[in-house]
Every structure is written in C-alpha cells, then in structure tokens.
Design a protein around this ligand. Sequence first.
Ligand code: MN
Length: 237
Amino acid sequence: MTSENAASGRDYIFAPAPVPTLPITGTTALFPVHRIYCVGRNFADHAIEMGHDPDKEPPFFFQKNPDTLVPPEDGFPYPSASSDVHHEVELVVALKSGGSDIPLENALDCVYGYAIGLDMTRRDLQAEAKKHGRPWEIAKAFEHSAPCGPIHPASQIGHPREGAIRLAVNGAARQDGDLNQMIWKVPEMISYLSRFFTLAPGDVIFAGTPAGVGAVERGDVMRARIDGLGEIAVTVL
Ligand code: MN
C-alpha cells in the first residue's frame, strides 16, 4: 500500500499519477490541469494549407491528455513511429471556472489566463487517420506533445484579441499570424464547448494554429512568441 485516497480513507493499490500543472507568472502557486481541448482549423490560412475550405468546414474540437503538457525547458523528445512531426504554435486559454451552456457574454468570466503552447503533431499518422476516418489520438495525444509556457493571468494582461503569434525554427520564420485571424474567438470556443462538455476549473483550450506548420528534426530549436505573453523555446531531442 503506497498511498491513501483522502476522500474515502481507503488505500490505492499503487500511487496515483501526479496532477498535471502549469506554472503561473508572478506567483509560486500552480495551475492544476483538468482536461485539454484543442481547436482544429481555427485559422483560415491553416485550414487551406491542410487542404480544407474554411467556408464549408467550420472549426471543431479534439483532445489531448493532460499529462502531455510539459515545460518548454524539458525539450521535446522526437516521438516514436513517425518521420513527419510538425510544430503548431497556439494560444492556450486556461479556465478557472466552467459549467454547461455558458452564454457567450459570460464566457470570458471563466478565463484565468493565457499561455503559449505547441500542439506537436505526428502529421504522417494524422494523414493516415484522416484517410481512413479514424480518430487522431496517435497523431495528437502522445507523451510530451504539448509543450506549454507559464500562464499569464488575465487580471494582469487582459484578454488578448489581437497580436502577433509566431514560430521560428533555428531562427527561420515558419508561422506568422495574428490572433485576430481566429475564426472562433475565445468566448465562442468556451460557449460552444460547454454545449457538449461540462467545463471545469483547470480545463485548458489550445486555440488553433496559423499557417506555416512544418516538420522538425532532432536538434532543432523552436521559438514561439505571442504578443503580450513573451516567448518559449523548445529543443527537439
Ligand atoms: Mn493544433
């Protein structure tokens, strides 16, 4: 017996996995992560580069596992079973409250803050999954697939609606968009998601990526910037 469930007083048969967390700027307190939701094709120019018509196919959601979040300084281990792994820089929205059927006008009240995240993707396995109409988990939800910087509280930075979102690899620009290009804005994502899931404190939303996604190799250094949120640097290991 290694540990006890505080609520029931009963023993676990082995120690439970630690709660995934994100650091917060300006405090040593941690943000405990509940779920990760990701928006697909939320920038028209990225939808087009992936072969889709954003006018006919609206954005949609998929999920990653909470323990895929890793600090940028840990680096990104090149995953197994793929030879075409892509970067996707994204605004990450961290929720402090949730609920069901959240009205659009109340949605921003749920937001604790914002961070820079990378939705690392096994593009070759995703293409195969798409071809066969299969789910995307092996392409999206693998270990270390969500490097993420610290959360900047909205109480300090507000709610970014515009500003550059960029990613460079080894100093060469790859992705260069603006948050104002998002098809679903942050309140719309929250309100829409809450029709299908009960959102909860600790949920995070990866808000989609602009055009310019591309492959990385071991040794590459990815630098991602979002205006107002600073920069993260992630080395591919
Ligand atoms: Mn993405």
